[in-house]
Ligand binder design. Sequence first.
Ligand SMILES: [Zn+2]
Length: 452
Amino acid sequence: MSKLRFAAGLIAGRLALNTFKLLGKDYQTDRLGYLPVKICPDFATHVARPKAAIAITGTNGKTSLTNLISDILKQCGNTVSCNNWGGNYMGGQSWAFLNSVNVFNKSQVDYIVMETDEGDSAITYPVTKPDYILINNIARDSIFKNPNPDFIMSRLRKAMEGTPESTLILNADDPVSCFLKTNKKNIYFGIADLGNGTPEYLINDFRVCPNCGGTIKYLYKNYGNIGKVVCPDCGLKSPEADYLGVEVANNHICIKEPDGSINRYPTISGDIYNAYNIVEAVALFRTLSIPADKIAEAIGKVKLPSIREERYQGKEIEVVNRSLKNSNGTAATVQFESLSKLKDDMAVILMLDEVTGNNRVEAITWMYDSDYELLNCDHIKQIIIGGERCLDHKLRCLLGGVDKNKISTCKMAVDTFDYLKLEGIKKVYILYDIYNTERSHAVFEKIRERID
Ligand SMILES: [Zn+2]
């Protein structure tokens, strides 16, 4: 019966997919992925496997990493089926499988690459049974999404019971997710101590040892709460990284392999969290036996997806337009920390109100999970806040010690441009909620014209 259901699901799905393609309709949609699932609930389980099915999950950075991995595999000459529009629930994942085979269930691609939702993993992984599961990090998320890391970890542990033969590629420097297990040997990636010390942030979701209840001690933090931990009472400690970033510069990173050899790779931005993405991707590709020089060449040709970040260097001023995961204290702190470490005098534009769906703009609790204190530094000369909640952000900045004379506010995000003062400024950073893409892009374009 299940064979018949699968055949019916496959035929219906492929027919619909091919029709969408023929008619020039947008065929990259969850809708088409749900069609075969309605007929055969475990559709993906029966789809013929390519060389590997790769699942990417985690709280922050999974869309960027999914695009990066898919793009690098393509640059290395592979064909890939990927739900890279952010369709990370069952529909999008099932689409990646449907798109990977023909109507006779013959695989037509080298790899399936899927962005996957961490909260839904206990439902999807037992069906998709990925060969590799990559987890960036698990952190406190928006209260509308996956807010409690303990709960998300319980879902991931349940997911692993349903796919015990998957190989996990884990961030050795994320204490929340690094202790996850399957029947296979884990592969760990990480970055050596970069000398930032152990700054305390408002959010720290790994304070208590899960083994003995002792107080966890950080040995170092490379950004946010990403670093090495140890429990002084029972000896629990972060695993050693098989793939370790040993030298991180603005434009390259050197990664030590399990056999001790070190290879150099380009980076896609100077930001530390993107350096982690490169180490994570390299850990996967080297495990897939892709030569290091080929990976390095491919990384040199890929870019961050423009929906996540765009940059423009004018004659004297650089403008950066960067998305920030909505209503998420962890993501905000990481971005504020990143700006605080830059040296150039800069103006910062914040468009952080989530403006779509059920009036979510009402939610401001996340602001008190975010370290606005990091914006209180000499080189940040101006902070312009645009959006319905501009006064709440201003209050949070003031509580964080930011000089009130540096702050401007306006209710319309696009009006932030009118307040921008460029004298003596080397950089302008726009940080925007992912649902403010059009508004922030409009401001980015206006600044671009002005600094040319
Ligand atoms: Zn302990």
